[in-house]
Design a protein around this ligand. Sequence first.
Ligand SMILES: [Zn+2]
Length: 463
Amino acid sequence: MSAQDWFARHVTYPLHERLRGRHTLRELHALARLAALPRVAVQRHCAAHLRDLLCFAEEHLPYFGPLFTRCGLDPRAADPYAELARLPALSKTDLRAHRDEMVYRGVPGGPIPHSSGGTSGDTLHFFIDRIRQAQQLAARLFMQGLFGVRPGQRRAYLWGSPIESKTSRLKRWRDRFLNEILLDAFEMSATQMDVHLARIASFKPRVLYGYPSAAALLARHAARRYGPADFPWLRLVVLTGEEVTADQVAQLREVFGCRVVSEYGSREVGLIAHDCPQGRMHVVAPHIHVEIVSDGLPLAAGRCGDILCTTLNTRAQPMIRYRIGDVGTLLPEPCPCGLPFPLLWVAGGKITGFIALPDGQLCHGAVTSHVLRDQPGIVEFKTLQRQLDAFEVLLVVDERFTPATIPCVQQRYRELFGPRIKVDCRVVERIPPDPSGKRRYVVSDVAPDYTGFEVVCGPARDS
Ligand SMILES: [Zn+2]
């Protein structure tokens, strides 16, 4: 560890967190202690915290007291999970309509205004607190620690919003003391990416953290001049904020030569889950309780449904059974890494991320990228399932592409989705994004209600 790393870890980082009123390192140690316990002990700990939360909500939050009575919920009952399941899911509409009844003004340090969805026109305002901030930072530090990255070691953030990216001189000084640099993810011209790469090369971060689309774009640009030998100090690329595709992971790994992992969370509830060294995603169970439901009813492990989150420890505005709008499944098996926190698989792309199979099962669309990315000359693709047995595959190609690729793709699709399907491959100039701006590579017109289905091609992930 360099002198600067040591100084950041032992002096400036603890000082910065204390000045911000956050006990981040204390939370980090608490999480590490829990992570070393057996699974049942962690479950007992989480159940006690859920019971505390329900009691707190009944006593201090005017929205929840009457709701608990209406639903017959007893916060002090023996099984807090069964009591929780009596509540309806909390929606964005509920948060907008009843915000003032959900906020606890007496939280230490006061409630901190926060918002989400600022760029989509669907802005949501809510409050967080210092406990939530500290636990989120601690969870990130803990999970990155599993990859050998310590607090205070250098981190580069490929990040920013139009406002946040306008770094003031003060913020630049702060970043320098904390051993961090910010690379503006909204400035991704070829010239600017050269500047980003030059800054990365001179700063030598252990972690590159950012949006998958931006990081992959940077990797694609870097591939012209750089390879893994140019980034020997980089341990980890952490992707967050958007759906991560297998291609992005492959490209980042090829260029930077290090592990590429995902962090899953939302502005409303904070960090929910993070990849472990085994490439599986663990819920940060001591901070957040995750349920998988269909029509509000809990589903068995392994079944796919709506993800509901309950923040266990934040008190400014607890989210109780908050529907974050994603679909996923909790996996029943323990992880070989030994971490006693449950495994979560998130179906990126929601309902349209699946392909419907003739036997009624749903196959996650990621499987198409495994087929297409291995074909030479295909640089971009999108699969549209028009009918159960009819697929349209759009391809953007480069000079390495030959027409012989098309029968190969058709054959692989038949192997995956049924021997009698029709596959119409079309080479196009460009594939426009969806009206929302998202770039989904699988859209199915026939994948029905996804809930309750067994996911057959899901949990295998690259990392
Ligand atoms: Zn694991």
